[in-house]
Design a protein around this ligand. Structure first.
Ligand code: PMT
Length: 404
């Protein structure tokens, strides 16, 4: 499955370095091009020759054998690589990357790399639980680094606890999932709404909200990667638009309603991540409203159509997913929307939590289903949250199609 992929395996100094041999062997058997990069400390545990034989490639060690070679090669390696995996990843290398230290070939290459970097920590339990290490790990996660959690077991130091490097087969699976996205949405049409809507007051002012579009764009991007035919209906956002099949830009709720309704019939699923304005000014002034002498001014608002409610009303076989962004009584408010809007799933964000909801790169959500089931998705990058939501969408689509 990994044929043609170029993977750099970084090996740092820990007893689990011997397990990296099996990882390299597995990746080579998959016909990936594997280049091993060892820190100096790693060479005390396994000889470079072993990795050379298993990868059938030159092994780069942490030593600055040739400065010229090192300066050029770490950039060119970073550019031709599909993924970097560091296994085992010591507290030292994780601390270095998290703090921008690049003082050997491996750390420099990681710093120059723009491809996914997977870290498989291996260390003593106390080190793993040390708040400084945990902070470093969180910093890297927030920058999109991937972690494959260590397992519990008998550690090299004799302790029993968390810190044992994940098995090579687990790491291999992780790379496959990362580099070969599932195509479980192939054949399905999905419409995603994203961003805020904008309700004009006059030619220079409007009502809107803090939605950046990140959540909706992540859903559209991941659905596309998983093979769906994706339509993205987006309010005004300042972030790069993902490459999907159709992008429809709208401003107001009414425009969003029109864009969604006219495409609804042909969709298998609609995911409404947009933050839609519930009200709009009763009248949009044709000219800029001038400042007056009165201390207060009133703005009459009228209710906007509820797009999701409209969709729920005429739903046939579509899977309908709503979002709820709440500042109080999250589950109660979100649950009431499931029934009211005839949803198959609602994704609830608790806006009072740090890193959750509007404009963050991360999110933490609760999935709520009509049968009362619920599922917590812990704090992750929005792309990963999107993937977890889409897992449920796939499930719901299969259930609906099986019933047909
Ligand atoms: O865009 P980001 O910065 O990444 O932030 C993500 C997000 C917080 C905007 C997103 O995750 C989210 O929660 N979106 C829904 C926010 C919202 O408007 O919640 P609501 O409880 O007001 O609406 C419930 C559902 O009804 C939503 O799916 C909404 O799209 C839909 N709705 C609401 C009002 C309306 N008039 N029409 C609708 O379709």
């Amino acid at each position: 499955m990994l044929k043609g992929k170029h993977i750099v395996v970084g090996v740092t100094g820990g007893v689990a370095a011997y397990k990296a041999c099996e990882l390299v062997s597995r990746l080579s058997k998959q016909q990936a091009t594997v280049e091993v990069m060892m820190t100096e400390a790693a060479t005390s545990f396994v000889k470079p020759e072993t990795f050379q034989a298993l990868s059938r490639n030159q092994v780069v060690t942490g030593l600055f054998q040739s400065v010229k070679y090192w300066e050029i090669e770490h950039i060119s390696l970073a550019q031709k690589t599909d993924a970097v995996i560091i296994a085992p990843a010591t507290a030292n290398i994780i601390g270095k990357i998290a703090n921008g230290i690049a003082d050997d070939f491996l750390s420099t290459m990681v710093m120059a790399s723009t491809v996914p970097v997977v870290l498989a920590p291996a260390m003593n339990t106390q080190m793993y639980e040390n708040p400084i290490f945990q902070r470093n790990m969180e910093v890297l996660k927030s920058h999109g680094y991937h972690f494959v959690d260590p397992c519990e077991g008998l550690l090299a130091c004799g302790d029993i606890g968390k810190g044992k490097m994940a098995e090579p087969a687990t790491l291999e699976d992780y790379l496959i999932n990362l580099l070969i996205p599932k195509q479980d949405l192939a054949g399905y049409r999905i419409l995603v709404t994203a961003g805020p809507t904008r309700e004009e007051i006059d030619p220079v002012r409007y009502i809107t909200n803090y939605s950046s579009g990140k959540m909706g764009y992540a859903l559209a991007e991941m659905a596309k990667k998983r093979g769906a035919q994706v339509t993205l209906v987006t309010g005004p956002c300042q972030i790069p638009v993902p490459k999907v099949d159709e992008v429809v830009s709208v401003l107001s709720t009414k425009e969003m309603l029109q864009a969604v309704m006219s495409r609804y019939e042909e969709q298998d699923a609609v995911v409404k991540a947009a933050a839609v304005a519930d009200y709009r000014p009763a009248d949009r002034a044709a000219q800029k409203i001038k400042k007056q002498d009165d201390e207060t001014i009133s703005l009459a608002l009228v209710k906007n159509p509820d797009i999701l409610w409209e969709l729920g009303k005429i739903k046939k076989d579509q899977v309908l997913v709503g979002f709820a962004a709440e500042t109080e009584n999250l589950v109660k408010h979100a649950t009431s929307k499931i029934k009211h809007k005839n949803l198959d799933l609602i994704v609830a964000n608790d806006l009072t939590l740090p890193g959750v909801g509007f404009d963050h790169d991360t999110n933490q959500v609760t999935l709520l289903f009509p049968d009362g089931r619920s599922q917590q998705i812990p704090m992750e990058e929005k792309t990963k949250i999107a993937d977890s939501i889409l897992n449920e969408v796939v499930h719901l689509l299969r259930q609906k199609h099986a019933r047909k």
